[in-house]
Structure formats: structure tokens, C-alpha cells
Design a protein around this ligand. Structure first.
Ligand code: PEP
Length: 254
């Protein structure tokens, strides 16, 4: 029985496959995914597999998206894909600002803001990823870092930024390390993010879904999702195993 009802923030479980996967994984995953009515399921495969996965999920409630797009709709950007191209496939979402893009591919705050705009211009929903490094957390600058990442996007884009979209809080030190943030640390940052969005005057902070990402597994999902301001997860490594992913979805019932 679904425990979600109108007026509540419906939880989201999002799979970020990073540079992993194959057509076989797409088939295995869609064939074995338990499709919950109490949570939204979003899948971000590689760009190579996005078209085929999107086609196979076309008549379902499961949404797909790109892990990354470039800022422009087309042009001389060898190796890149645009948000417009992603939208043409029938995908609905795009991640932007993932820390792996920021750290390894030079996505500065300004580039993230441009990408965010190109995603919304194309009619896709951006999932803005923010999060502090270990150094920033240890120096007591975690919220300043996250707030800077939010501000740059908000300043570059002058409409109510987050309506119907999600923000993913992903502390860099928790991604792929097996060391998830404690429920207390995650809740504290999620509440700060919601409070920050409240301050932008768009009146959307209560509807905004804020996802936690960073070493989420079936074992820690229940405690994290029990927190007031945690509305779901962006799951990396554990999302490659459909059984583990189904168990994380199951935790959304609690
Ligand atoms: C991610 O890459 O968005 C992520 C949260 O990874 P992991 O779950 O593997 O830490």
C-alpha cells in the first residue's frame, strides 16, 4: 500500500550509473525493477544508452535523463551532447554540477550555471548537484560552499529556479567512498538548503525535493529517508545492482 499522498513531497530514487552499464544492464534493470507507486524513479545512464533506455520506458512512470550536457544547443563542440538532443530522445531530466564533473572535467560554477540554463531552455528538468569537499567541511565552510554553488545558478537564472525540479546534496567526501554522511549531517544541510531556497522568495521551498547522494545503500537508506528534509536519493554505485536499488526504493515506504 502506498504511504505517499498528495500534498506530501513524493520521494525520488534516482540512479546515476556514471560511466558504467551496457544494453544488457538496461534490459536487466528494466525487467527486474519493482516499479513503486510511492516514489518517483529516475535513471541516468550513459549518453550512449539513454535513447534505448528511454524508448523501453516510454509508457511507464519512470523518467530518464542525461548525466551531463554542454551549454549550447549545437555547434563545434566535439564529443559533447546538448540538452536539446536529450529532449528529442524523450528523456526528461539532466544532472548538472555533479562533483565528478566539477573536479575532473573543469565544470566551474559559471559553467554549471550555463548548463543549468541550457537544460531548462530545452524543456528538461535540471537536477542541480551541490556539495562540499572534505576540506571545506573540516574548516567549517560546508554551508558556505553549498550556498555559493546555489547562488551562482540563481544569479544567472532569474526565474523561480527550482519549481518542480530537485536539488541533490552530495558531499564530495561521501561519493563513492562507502562513507555516507550521517543522518544528522545530511538533515542539517538539507534544512539549510531548504531555508536558503525559502529566502529567494519564490515560495517553492516546501515543494522542492532535496535528494541526498553519497554512498547510499539499502542498509542506510531507511535512517536517511526518515529525516524531515531528505526527500529521496541520488544513488551511484549501488544503483548498478537492481536488487539493491529495489531495496532502496522499498525504504521510501517508511
Ligand atoms: C553519485 O555519483 O551521485 C553518487 C552518489 O555515488 P555513490 O552512491 O556511489 O556514492
Amino acid at each position: 500500500m502506498s504511504v505517499w499522498c498528495q500534498g506530501m513531497r513524493k520521494p525520488i530514487v534516482a540512479a546515476n550509473w556514471k560511466m558504467n552499464g551496457s544494453l544488457e544492464l538496461c534490459e536487466h534493470f528494466t525487467g527486474n525493477l519493482v516499479r513503486p507507486d510511492y516514489a518517483d524513479v529516475w535513471i541516468f545512464p550513459t549518453a550512449l544508452h539513454l535513447g534505448s533506455l528511454t524508448d523501453s520506458l516510454r509508457d511507464t512512470e519512470i523518467a530518464t535523463g542525461a548525466q551531463n550536457v554542454w551549454c549550447e544547443p549545437n555547434g563545434a563542440y566535439t564529443g559533447e551532447i546538448s540538452a536539446t538532443m536529450v529532449a528529442t530522445l524523450g528523456a526528461q531530466l539532466a544532472l548538472v554540477g555533479h562533483s565528478e564533473r566539477r573536479a575532473s572535467f573543469g565544470d566551474s560554477d559559471e559553467v554549471v550555471a550555463k548548463k543549468f540554463k541550457s537544460i531548462t531552455d530545452a524543456g528538461l528538468k535540471p537536477v542541480l548537484c551541490v556539495g562540499e569537499t572534505l576540506e571545506e567541511r573540516e574548516s567549517g565552510l560546508a554551508f558556505e560552499a553549498v550556498e555559493r554553488q546555489l547562488n551562482v545558478v540563481e544569479e544567472a537564472w532569474d526565474r523561480p529556479v527550482y519549481l518542480h525540479e530537485a536539488i541533490a546534496y552530495e558531499p564530495v567526501w561521501a561519493i563513492g567512498t562507502g562513507k555516507a554522511a550521517t543522518a544528522e549531517i545530511a538533515q542539517e544541510m538539507h534544512a539549510l538548503i531548504r531555508n536558503h531556497v525559502d529566502g529567494n522568495g519564490s515560495g517553492e521551498s516546501q515543494a522542492l525535493r532535496i535528494l541526498y547522494g553519497g554512498s547510499v545503500k539499502a542498509v542506510n537508506a531507511p535512517e536517511l529517508i526518515a529525516q524531515e528534509d531528505i526527500d529521496g536519493f541520488l544513488v551511484g554505485g549501488a544503483s548498478l545492482d537492481v536488487n539493491e536499488f529495489n531495496q532502496i526504493c522499498e525504504a521510501m515506504k517508511s
